[in-house]
Design a protein around this ligand. Structure first.
Ligand SMILES: [Zn+2]
Length: 182
């Protein structure tokens, strides 16, 4: 934890770059813990929206760069058994800010300030997993009745929870469980 656990609100992720930009090569460290809303993609989210920011802001020819890391933890369902799982992540940041940014490539400098909020948000969202397993040999939601390896071999009764090809029912159940936990 940086700054003794103090939470920096998103509004304070705006950094004044006037001092830095007076001299190419000038740099400033930006260390903070913040909590952002809606830090989620699909069924995955950043735990508490909390991010540890560890960046260096540096004057470069075009404007300023922000390099370093954003870390936190994600939570989401195992793709096979749909149990919620969680793991830490650590995402690299290497971004350029300039007065006339190129859409999708660089970020704006506005009123001599840069906003690290969207940058750390994007880095965190890109770090969320696509289809993780709770463990490499996860056997699925109910391996006794529905072995993952024989998903085609459906039972007679209509409780289709077998394996990766029919994830709908247990998926909703896992989502409901997650919501109730909140
Ligand atoms: Zn699993």
């Amino acid at each position: 934890m940086t700054a003794a656990g103090r939470i920096t609100p998103p509004s304070q992720l705006l950094v004044d770059t006037l001092e830095i930009r007076r001299r190419t090569g000038a740099r400033r460290e930006f260390l903070a813990t913040t909590e952002l809303d809606d830090l989620e993609a699909g069924e995955f989210s950043v735990v508490d929206g909390r991010l540890e920011i560890d960046l260096v802001i540096e004057a470069v020819t075009e404007g300023v760069s922000a390099t370093g890391r954003v870390s936190g933890s994600w939570v989401g369902p195992c793709r096979r058994c749909l149990e919620p799982i969680s793991a830490p992540f650590d995402a690299d940041v290497l971004e350029i800010f300039e007065r006339n940014p190129t859409d999708g490539e660089t970020w704006p400098i506005e009123d001599e300030r840069i906003d690290l909020g969207p940058v750390v948000r994007e880095a965190a969202l890109l770090a969320l997993p696509l289809a993780p397993l709770c463990r490499d040999d996860c056997a699925g939601p109910d391996p006794e009745r529905f072995p993952a390896a024989v998903a085609a071999d459906r039972p007679e009764h209509d409780e289709s929870g077998a394996g990766e090809e029919l994830p709908a029912d247990p998926r909703w159940a896992a989502l409901d469980a997650l919501r109730f936990d909140d």
